[in-house]
Design a protein around this ligand. Structure first.
Ligand SMILES: [Zn+2]
Length: 104
């Protein structure tokens, strides 16, 4: 996945502290691995820079015609972005990910 990856770091794997970090658009467990790198993760799409995949992973489905689905998706992406930004340890980077949030 190119163009993904951000500063997002937050509680992801059940800890009360930020135990997940975004690498190339997927969450990795900061408690895993050693100095050579993280060994556990890569399954959960990052809610900030890989939002659409995160919604799919979360089982979100959108009903209605294409226009209704697009509108529902935009509203949800906005919501997830606000949620992700508020819980991340660092301000997530703006990404080049092609998401229908900009230019709205
Ligand atoms: Zn990310």
């Amino acid at each position: 996945m190119s163009g993904l990856g951000c500063n997002y770091e937050a509680s992801t794997f059940g800890a009360r502290y930020p135990d997940g970090t975004c690498i190339d658009g997927y969450m990795w467990d900061l408690d895993s691995g050693d100095s050579d790198g993280l060994t556990s993760g890569g399954d959960i799409p990052c809610p900030w820079c890989n939002t659409l995949a995160h919604l799919e992973w979360n089982g979100e489905t959108f009903k209605g015609n294409a226009r209704q689905r697009r509108r529902a998706r935009r509203a949800l992406i906005k919501k997830v972005h606000a949620w992700a930004e508020s819980r991340s340890s660092f301000p997530p980077l703006a990404t080049q990910a092609d998401q229908p949030l900009k230019g709205k």
